[in-house]
Design a protein around this ligand. Structure first.
Ligand code: HEC
Length: 101
């Protein structure tokens, strides 16, 4: 009986976790469309005002870290304005979304 209960808890936990993270990604996608897409393409590496971010996490060298991307978003970089006012939850969602590109 204990084993079944444990298995149920584990199964429910696994079922919920990806759903939550995909919601975070959806919110990140919306924020990106509103705040970032005017300067960054999400579907190519071609530059607009800023570099295209398709494949940014998988192909960019040096490999981006969450901390370095967070710093760029919060403080800005070069001609990119700072987005510190987004707050840490929305910044996390943006990072989760960028990883899917
Ligand atoms: C006004 C145009 C503009 C907007 C809006 C903008 N960026 Fe940028 N972004 C840039 C430019 C220009 C660079 C290149 C900065 C440099 O290297 O000097 C850049 C660079 C970046 C980089 C790469 C940094 C690196 O060095 O590899 C990331 C990641 C990034 N932006 C994410 C975002 C996100 C997420 C948003 C939305 C919150 C956003 N940007 C909004 C213009 C913009």
């Amino acid at each position: 009986m204990k084993t079944i209960a444990l298995a149920l808890i584990l199964a429910t936990g696994l079922a919920i976790a990806p759903a939550e993270s995909s919601e975070a990604i959806q919110r990140g996608r919306r924020t990106f469309a509103q705040q970032c897409a005017s300067c960054h393409s999400s579907h190519s590496a071609n530059s607009l005002a800023g570099p295209g971010l398709k494949g940014y996490y998988t192909t960019h060298r040096p490999k981006p870290s969450d901390a370095s991307v967070r710093t760029v978003i919060v403080k800005g970089k070069g001609r990119m304005p700072a987005f510190g006012t987004l707050g840490s939850a929305r910044t996390d969602e943006l990072i989760a979304y960028l990883k899917t590109l």
